[in-house]
Ligand binder design. Structure first.
Ligand code: NAD
Length: 508
């Protein structure tokens, strides 16, 4: 699909790697057609009732209500702060309150003057794209974000098909979510939205059909709502725990899942470092994104003695030349209830820099762990690092890739670099099927073996170096010529997927 402005869609651009790898291995033409588009594109709508809001007045408006007597709201949790400066007004606000409202305006001591805006029904666009299930149930994250689209979810769903094949786990690929800025809604509204999403999608998902997981804007709490809604009223609900992964460990989640993507990024970086005789202790690292992936990667690398010298997120960039105090930064972002946007901005003990300066920071390793399309050709020109380890999905554009290659900056492609999350999701699913609970050490040992083995195969494909070692066997996958690592990872995925079609045949 080519949009009207002539620019390629994200999906078409991403599929260029697929086409290139398919040409290289002479992919079966029918398999090529099967994989070229998703199996199913579900687009649907979910509605919720939103609560009333307190919307801050402008300075000018405030001046007009200077004589409005203040109201006292005694129920401590009656006003729920949102990241956009508004408050959600829960009904318990009226309990024992002393309220003065004039023309819909209320003054709350220590908070300011607000217009009361009535809540009501709201509608949101929801998606679930199921790309392929030849190797197992559809598998992929759920994203709650304001900038999502069919084009983006098609790309991310296909990425999951490639990634599960590369990680050698018996799943296919899917992705979905809701077009919403979750920071502007209360916990209760997000819960209702999630329940409604699953209510509508229930017939198309299941532990052996389609298994969601967390992604940008979602978390273990949201996975718990999903599991509850899916299993609601089912007597044997314990058998259905595997319907979502990334759950809290106390309700069937796996040890190590929360940090698994970051841990996987670090295992790949360790392998790159070992090959290049590079020591991670004292290495300078810059990280974009300090959510699940970025903060876990930072914590693990910091624990290994690396220095995280700058972190950029959606709301700011912090920098400290000697290395940021990562435990304190995690505390500032994830454990401070006043930090509603969960941002690194305003972290004490660090300088604030611009996003431009972040990309040009002198460092050894750059870890994009935010959204896609961030490392453009321009950014790639500016980078002063030896390695880009892709924690995020699709962080590097085609132009970016070309510039990195010309500048001889190494890349660990997303398909292997961030596969730790889905790999441990598979371990979680296995534990759910068997009603088992593994230790974190056991999980990480399996994860390390799986990622290092498959990353070794990808490097061999890239260098056309077929070999068998104690760790891996790449003889089946090398194609007789060298290629870049991104194409090599796709070759590995396609060879594994093609085997299913060729050996099992097609159902007519
Ligand atoms: P998250 O919601 O926990 O965190 C996202 C982070 O990105 C936040 O720090 C946010 O501020 C930052 N961000 C958002 N927009 C930005 C912008 N324009 N510029 C700079 N920073 C921005 O999400 P996450 O789960 O950590 O996912 C991050 C990336 O990793 C995504 O690309 C996701 O698809 C990918 N990924 C996640 C997992 C997982 O297990 N969570 C697994 C594989 C890949």
């Amino acid at each position: 699909m080519t949009p009207r402005n002539g620019k390629k869609s994200i999906f078409d651009e991403a599929m260029e790697t697929f086409q290139r790898a398919a040409d290289l291995i002479g992919l079966n033409p029918r398999v090529r057609l099967e994989l070229g588009d998703p199996d199913f594109e579900h687009i649907f709508y979910v509605t919720i009732e939103t609560r009333d809001r307190l919307v801050p007045l402008t300075a000018e408006e405030q001046a007009e209500v200077r004589d409005l007597p203040p109201s006292s709201v005694k129920a401590a949790d009656a006003l729920e702060p949102l990241a956009n400066g508004q408050f959600v007004l829960h009904r318990r606000a009226l309990l024992e309150a002393d309220i003065h409202i004039r023309h819909g305006v209320i003054s709350i001591p220590q908070k300011g003057c607000f217009r009361i805006e009535k809540g009501g029904p709201r509608k949101f666009k929801a998606y679930r794209i199921q790309h392929n299930q030849v190797r197992g149930p559809y598998k992929g994250g759920i994203r709650y974000h304001k900038d999502v689209s069919l084009d983006l979810f098609k790309t991310l769903a296909a990425d999951m098909t490639w990634k599960t094949a590369i990680a050698e786990i018996p799943f296919g690929g899917a992705k979905g979510g809701i077009k919403i800025d979750p920071f502007n809604y209360s916990r209760e509204e997000i819960e209702h939205l999630t329940l409604r999403y699953i209510y509508k999608f229930k017939n198309f998902m299941g532990p052996f059909l389609d298994i969601p997981a967390p992604d940008v804007g979602t978390n273990p709490e949201i996975m718990a709502y999903m599991m509850r809604q899916f299993t609601d009223g089912e007597r044997e609900h314990h058998k259905m725990r595997g319907v979502v992964t990334g759950k809290d460990v106390r309700i069937g989640g796996s040890e190590g899942r929360l940090k698994a993507t970051g841990q996987g990024v670090v295992y790949c970086i360790e392998e790159w470092a070992r090959e290049h005789g590079f020591t991670l202790k004292g290495a300078r690292v810059i990280i974009q994104g300090f959510g699940n992936v970025g903060s876990s990667t930072a914590e693990i690398l910091h624990g290994m003695g690396a220095r995280i010298v700058a972190v950029n997120d959606a709301n700011g960039t912090v920098h400290k030349d000697g290395g940021l105090d990562i435990p304190a930064l995690v505390q500032h972002v994830h454990q401070n209830p006043d930090n509603l946007r969960r941002t690194v901005a305003r972290f004490p003990g660090a300088a604030t820099i611009s996003k431009q300066d972040f990309w040009s920071m002198d460092a050894d390793i750059c870890i994009p762990a935010a959204l896609g399309g961030e490392i453009t050709g321009d950014v790639a020109e500016r980078l002063r690092v030896k390695l880009v380890a892709e924690g995020a999905n699709g962080p590097t554009t085609r132009d970016g890739d070309r510039v990195l290659a010309t500048r001889k900056i190494d890349v660990i492609p997303d398909l292997i670099c961030n596969a730790g999350g889905v790999t441990v999701s598979y371990y979680e699913w296995l534990q759910n099927q068997r009603l088992e609970h593994w230790t974190e050490a056991e999980v990480n040992q399996r994860l390390e073996h799986a990622l290092k083995k498959n990353y070794a195969i990808i490097r061999d494909i890239a260098r056309n170096r077929p070999q068998r070692t104690a760790l891996h066997d790449s003889r089946r996958y090398c194609v007789g010529k060298e290629m870049d690592v991104r194409t090599a990872s796709m070759v590995l995925a396609l060879k594994r997927i093609e085997a299913h079609y060729v050996l099992e045949g097609f159902s007519q």
